[in-house]
Design a protein around this ligand. Structure first.
Ligand code: FES
Ligand code: FES
Length: 168
């Protein structure tokens, strides 16, 4: 018997994907959809490397069952920008040298994108609180905080009244 279908939207694309009942969203993204920008590190909800955005909120894909995403909208790092047209967050991370090994960076960026979508001018403390679920073994935390605030300023300057800040 074929596994049941998960019906969800990933990066703006409606999909119906077969997945075993115990598959996680991380399995679905990386192994079925080949969206490998979302990283698997601890695989048990301790590090945030697998962070994606579901309906505007950051979640750990490794702790989320794929079938729990039926009817929901998922955004992964692949939706954020590209090498040719980076999102303001990606440009800011590069400018602040906030990625060292880079393994945590996709998750950091998605957590930051979710923050800026609801808070376009976060204080340093607000950034630290919003990113507290994302660990960085390279210890670039001060640079990450600066990068998120730099991106926020860039986005406010580019579009002071614009609602689309997270997924540009
Ligand atoms: S890989 Fe999901 S929290 Fe670490
Ligand atoms: S940049 Fe290496 S773990 Fe964060």
């Amino acid at each position: 018997m074929l596994p049941p279908l998960v019906q969800l939207t990933v990066n703006g694309r409606p999909l119906a994907v077969a997945a075993p009942a115990d598959a996680t969203l991380l399995d679905l993204l990386r192994d079925t959809l080949a969206l490998t920008g979302t990283k698997r590190a601890c695989d048990r909800g301790e590090c945030g490397a697998c962070t994606v955005v579901r309906d505007g909120r950051p979640i750990y894909a490794c702790l989320t069952l794929a079938h729990a995403c039926t009817g929901h909208e998922i955004r992964s790092i692949e939706s954020l920008g590209s090498a040719d047209a980076p999102h303001a967050l990606q440009s800011a991370f590069a400018a602040e040298d906030a990625a060292q090994c880079g393994f945590c960076t996709p998750g950091q960026l998605m957590a930051a994108a979710a923050l800026l979508a609801t808070n376009p001018d976060p204080s340093e403390d607000e950034v630290i609180a919003a990113m507290s679920g994302n660990l960085c073994r390279c210890g670039t935390y001060p640079k990450i905080v600066r990068a998120v605030r730099r991106a926020a300023a860039t986005l406010r300057h580019a579009d002071p009244a614009g609602p689309e800040r997270a997924h540009g």
